[in-house]
Design a protein around this ligand. Structure first.
Ligand code: PLP
Length: 370
């Protein structure tokens, strides 16, 4: 049931354009729905012009208006801590050296290339890894910039996987999206296209548009990488968005970010992973929070992530267990981190810690040695 906007007719509520046109962008508007704390009020004032705020009515409706620790609130409402001196003095605008000589293009792994199609987002997540682009204003890449990117992919035959991100890549018009996808599909060495979109979480109404679904299906194989962080984000609408994508042959994977005060709790994370499997979304990554300027207050220790991974193992199918990873600074790539299950090795006999209970000795050797 809708908590706010109860007078908005269903056909408007289900319209992506209505959701975008009616985004909440000022303190005054927000106060009509949420009892703001002084920290939030100062946050909105002090981040104005630096890290903008925008919240779709749909995402707002998931918030608890009385609970300042609500996980949706923490992800979408600015707090003064974003600009406090300690948080601002740490981290970098671009810790992973994404910015290169072609605007929007990062080519770090030989087989994969990343392209940010726009700086526009439905909701400006306070923990955004590309918080630096908030300052660029809401701007989609021009035709000329897109053509430079396409030309780059055409010339690099080692690229098999193109990742379209943002901003919110699916906020561009269907026409612009089709221009990008159809041209990528004309390049023989491009095998898969991935779209990194948070719209299933922030404005799932985007996927109620049959024309968009048709385009995604037409240029198959296209994979969606989305970004659910909390079980509260799994709703009837988000489940419907996923269902529609699947019906159009688009698999949906998830990348969660470990965020202090939001999901740094083993039980919350277990509930999230179960919820994702229920709506047929495969949890792929759990990322450690990056040292991004203006978002360092969301970081936890690495031990916290390991504790969560240990908790998940044995309590949910392996299908529901993401790879926990940290992105190394300086563009040195993502590395997986796992709790250690091998306690010791003696010749070919290994001592394992069981994810269920106790310790198990197990001899494993190559078939040739028997
Ligand atoms: C994360 C990332 C990718 C994709 O990595 P996967 O492990 O394939 O999801 C590609 N390029 C850059 C620059 C990245 O940061």
């Amino acid at each position: 049931m809708r908590k706010f906007f109860t007078d908005v007719p269903q056909e408007l509520w289900r319209s992506y354009h209505w959701q975008i046109q009616n985004r909440i962008k000022t303190k005054e508007e927000l106060k009509r729905y949420i009892r703001l704390t002084p920290e939030e009020e100062r946050g909105i004032d002090q981040t104005t012009g630096l890290y903008p705020m925008a919240i779709t009515p749909y995402y707002l409706s998931l918030m608890d208006p009385e609970d300042p620790q609500d996980p949706i609130r923490l992800q979408a409402i600015p707090r003064a801590v974003e600009v406090d001196e300690r948080v601002q003095s740490m981290g970098e605008p671009d810790p992973f050296r994404e910015e290169g000589h072609i605007p929007g293009l990062t080519h770090r792994y030989p087989d994969r290339v990343l392209f940010t199609l726009t700086t526009f987002c439905a909701v400006y997540c306070r923990h955004c890894m590309r918080k630096r682009i908030f300052q660029e204003g809401e701007r989609a890449r021009t035709r000329e910039e897109i053509d430079r990117f396409l030309e780059y992919v055409r010339r690099h035959e080692e690229i098999r996987d193109v990742l379209i991100s943002g901003g919110e890549p699916l906020s561009v018009s269907n026409e612009k999206l089709e221009y990008v996808l159809s041209n990528l599909r004309k390049i023989p060495h491009v095998e898969i296209i991935r779209i990194g979109t948070r719209l299933p979480v922030l404005a799932p109404q985007r996927f109620f548009d049959e024309e968009l679904l048709h385009i995604l299906e037409k240029y198959s194989p296209i994979w969606i990488n989305t970004h659910f962080n909390h079980p509260k984000e799994i709703t009837q609408e988000s489940a419907e968005a996923v269902e529609r994508l699947l019906r159009h042959r688009v698999p949906v994977n998830n990348q969660t970010v470990l965020l202090k005060g939001i999901n740094d709790d083993p039980q919350v994370m277990l509930e999230l992973m179960r919820g994702l499997l229920r709506i047929k979304v495969r949890p792929v990554y759990l990322f450690h929070c990056d040292p991004v300027k203006g978002a360092l207050h969301f970081r936890t220790s690495l031990e916290k992530g390991l504790e969560i991974m240990e908790y998940l193992r044995g309590r949910i199918s392996g299908m529901g267990i993401p790879t926990y990873a940290v992105d190394l600074p300086g563009g040195k790539g993502k590395v997986p981190i796992s709790p250690n299950y091998i306690l010791s090795v003696s010749g070919d006999t290994y001592t394992f810690k069981s994810p269920l209970d106790g310790i198990v000795e197990y001899t494993i050797r190559d078939a040739e040695l028997y």
